[in-house]
Design a protein around this ligand. Structure first.
Ligand SMILES: [Zn+2]
Length: 474
């Protein structure tokens, strides 16, 4: 008698290999059998006739550190079929840092959540909460910097580097999967390449580093070269975050950046994550206005009512220049329409690219990637655009990601693996989140199974505590 049996599915197993018909049996949170299981009995049977069954999707790039502690019933990740999230990206992790006033971009997780002096305290809080999805937490270099340095506008000195190294070592011992960096952002902009390598020393030879590189516009070559040099100096698994080219002058240059990535991948361990949209989102930065065809405000402290408005339109209403308005609205967040769709497709289709939402769950009017990334890859890019086949789309969200992040028993549907499973209708699956309606739930994903527990039932969340804190295996 199995705990759960998913019957008559079209299995897309996460490896990238061809689909096949199969039943999937689950016991004790693990997959116990895959194949024609005939008349096997189970306490719960899901009839998946006409549905694809895939491994639960792994969101390789999130800012869900706080969302894991405060899971909403309308859960943006669970409802997309995401069962595991990598948190703490772009240099920003919720621990270890105690502060009442985090500088941007740390405030993307709010100002009132910074209460974990040690990374172990954050892990303990997560384990006590039993999160809705599995969590693989990174520790952020910018978070370490804000905790270790009084003056952020210069490179760290030896004592500050030693403090950051000790905090990183504590985080790794507590269960952090690796280090993230975000030297694009002001609190880490003064960090030198040497500082990054020195702080990352506890990871040397076996660790993982994800990097929001220093520039994604005209200086992207130098920024990529810096990131690759850090990866080589530390001999770590390197992930270049949300790979993209910002601004019209850069459009089409993904041909060059992907060629550079391929050359590097011949001699070092490197890959990229990306989200399936031609618009980015982060804090509102006046210097980004000129390179964007349009800018949409996602939140604003001083004028909450402007969230969702287009900046140029609002600037025209008020008779000021858009850059001037952007400066006046600080602190705030924004969506930037500044990428080329051809680059988005070329990057997404690349064999070294994994899907990661980069969703911002605390924005008032968030970028739709928070609610739509995974079904959008399946619906728009695989089914409609035929950018790749369904097997490849699933692989980019599951098996590839699990391998790159050292999740040895996730990302594949195979006996012995953890039972994170998502049955979906490949003909009907559809993202519904749009820039003017960003919180619409996707369609065509009736069930989501997390560690053998049915967490989504007929498109509604029924279990917010089936996830676990995961450890990276290297
Ligand atoms: Zn980033």
């Amino acid at each position: 008698m199995h705990d759960l049996l998913i019957r008559d599915a079209t299995l897309v197993d996460g490896s990238g290999g061809p689909r096949r018909r199969a039943d999937v049996a689950v016991e004790g949170g693990r997959i116990t059998a895959v194949g024609d299981l005939g008349g096997a009995a189970a306490r719960r049977v899901l009839d998946a006739a006409g549905l694809v069954v895939a491994p639960g999707f792994i969101d390789s790039h999130t800012h869900d550190d706080r969302l894991l502690l405060e899971p909403p019933l309308r859960h943006p990740k669970l409802l997309q079929g995401v069962t595991t999230v990598v948190t703490g990206n772009c240099g920003v992790s919720l621990a270890p840092l105690v502060t009442p006033s985090p500088p941007p971009p740390l405030d993307l997780m709010g100002a009132d959540a910074w209460r974990f002096a040690r990374f172990a305290d954050y892990i303990a809080a997560l384990e006590a909460e039993r999160p809705a999805v599995n969590a693989l937490p990174l520790v952020g270099h910018t978070t370490l910097r804000v905790g270790a340095m009084a003056d952020l506008d210069r490179a760290a000195n030896d004592a500050e580097i030693a403090r950051m190294q000790a905090a990183l070592a504590e985080a790794l011992a507590a269960g952090a999967a690796g280090l993230s960096t975000g030297v694009y952002y002001p609190p880490a902009r003064a960090a030198t390449t040497a500082e990054l390598v020195a702080v990352g020393r506890p990871l040397a030879g076996h660790g993982l580093v994800t990097m929001h590189i220093r520039d994604e516009a005209d200086a992207i070559d130098a920024a990529m070269a810096e990131a690759l040099a850090v990866g080589r100096a530390l001999d770590v698994d390197l992930v270049l975050s949300h790979h993209k080219l910002m601004g019209r002058a850069q459009h089409g240059r993904s041909r060059e950046t992907l060629a550079m990535l391929e050359r590097a991948a011949a001699t070092q361990r490197v890959c990229i994550d990306c989200y399936p949209y031609a618009a980015s989102s982060t804090v509102l930065l006046p210097e980004r206005v000129a390179m964007s065809t349009d800018v949409q405000i996602t939140w604003c402290h001083n004028e909450p009512a402007v969230a969702g408005r287009r900046l140029r339109e609002l600037a025209a209403d008020r008779g000021v220049a858009p850059e001037e308005l952007a400066a006046r609205l600080q602190p705030a967040g924004a969506i930037y329409f500044a990428m080329d769709e051809g680059d988005v497709e070329r990057i997404l289709a690349h064999p070294l690219a994994m899907v990661g939402s980069d969703g911002l769950p605390h924005d008032v009017q968030p970028h739709p990637r928070l609610w739509g990334s995974f079904p959008r890859v399946l619906a728009h890019y695989a089914r409609e655009r035929r950018l790749f086949d369904l097997e490849t789309a699933v692989h980019k969200m599951t098996g590839l990601t699990a391998r790159r992040f050292g999740l040895v028993d996730r990302g594949l549907v195979a006996p012995g693996g953890c039972a994170d499973l998502v049955p979906f209708d490949a003909d009907r699956v559809q993202d519904r989140a749009r820039f003017d309606d960003p919180r619409a739930a996707p369609e065509g994903i009736p069930w989501v199974v997390v560690n053998g527990r049915v967490a989504v039932e007929q498109g509604e969340v029924v279990d917010l505590h089936a996830g676990r804190v995961l450890r990276r295996v290297h």
